[in-house]
Design a protein around this ligand. Sequence first.
Ligand code: BG6
Length: 489
Amino acid sequence: MHRPTFVPVPPFDLVVFGATGDLSQRKLFPSLLHRFLDGQIPENSRIIGAARTPMDTEAFRKVVQENQSKFAPGVCVDEAQCSEFLKHLHYVTLDAMAPASEWAALKQELANGRDNVRIFYLATAPSLFVPVAQRLGETKLATPKSRIVLEKPIGRDLASAREINDGVGAVFDEDRIFRIDHYLGKETVQNLLVLRFANMLVEPIWSRQTIDHVQITVAEEIGVEGRGDYYDKSGALRDMVQNHIMQLLCLTAAEAPNSMDADAIRTEKIKVLSALKHFDARDVVTKTVRGQYRAGLVDGKPAPSYTEEIGRPSRTETYVAIKAEIENWRWAGVPFYLRTGKRLAKRRSEIVVQFKTPPVLIFGEEELPNRLVLRLQPDEGVNLWLNMKEPGPGGLYVKAAPLNLSFADEFVVRYPDAYERLLMDVVRGNLSLFMRRDEVEAAWKWADNLLAAWDEAGGDPKPYAAGSTGPEAAANLMDRDRRTWWDPE
Ligand code: BG6
């Protein structure tokens, strides 16, 4: 069957606030370039960068071009085509906090008489979300057809998330608000739904009847990379768990949606979030671990400690491990062990579903539990570990061996960046891969409760060496439940 390489989108005007910032230059513009080179960006579309730095459109195009060779090296094989892409870019100097009267330049830029889909992408600090939405309302730049895109983090707790949701919601209806969690744009994350709900084999075994526990790991080699000011106020729980890991947990645990309709999916996710068990101060010791990296060796190279990297003392966690529990019929008694950290031995995001052992071990203790390992990044794929007879005449010995599906071997395609898919979904008005207001708030409710329990319990994060697998306490958390983390060599 012939499949189109992309879904056509209508012509659009995309205004990127924070256009000179890291996210825009590193992710958004390279993603738009890819979509352009594939022919997905309609001719009459315009991409308008807005930021405080005074410059004109020509200078802005140069900045984007230079950064593209840095962040999307080798993509511009055809220079002429890439210059065509740059022609879609425009720039207005704008202080997003400036009063509505100073928004004339943007207004003029947008007044082109076309009926394009209008998108405002806020690649800015969350403190700007409400003021920018208000200005967009006051200046009437926000038309009934406009959409607004908010980058994570949506606030730093439930109260601030609600303020943002209320403030932005006063100008844009909920179905015009696209809250980004870029993990949802990753191919392998979307594949979770397909694996679960397009394969009859999977669903009947996907519950407490057969599953012993689930592990979700998002390990990073990088440190805080010049984002110390933001990260130190945030920490791993707010930066990674409240959003990315919660989304992975939801997609692993949710009931089958009735359709791929955005609200059908999001409604199932929120049911998982609201069934998450809360923590008290005693649980902090038995069910959670906070860590912070010290100096060490990452990939054989010396790496500084977290506090050296940010240049001041800190008690912020750069690692967390959590035993999460979902109190519903499908998952009661099946822990979801979550862990994420910076400066760990290897970049690796994985979901491991570990099954129960057979009720009677007729082959003896060598029978290992079956494991389904979903490799999200890198080396994307799926491993299913099964017990097999080890060949040989010497007797009947059982050995665990993997069925290995490598996406790179099976589907020889370029993996698009998550933002390519998400940006085009905004233009198409498809909300399936974006977070609904109640989802964000439910995730904060759970995270706030844990933050409060940590506060009450006090104590410092446990040290771990950069380049290690994390603090020893994380191994102990599993030991206590007679389980181990899946850390293959
Ligand atoms: C971001 C976090 O949301 O996700 C970063 O703020 C983190 O701290 C990043 O490094 C990880 O994303 P990815 O796509 O590299 O796994």
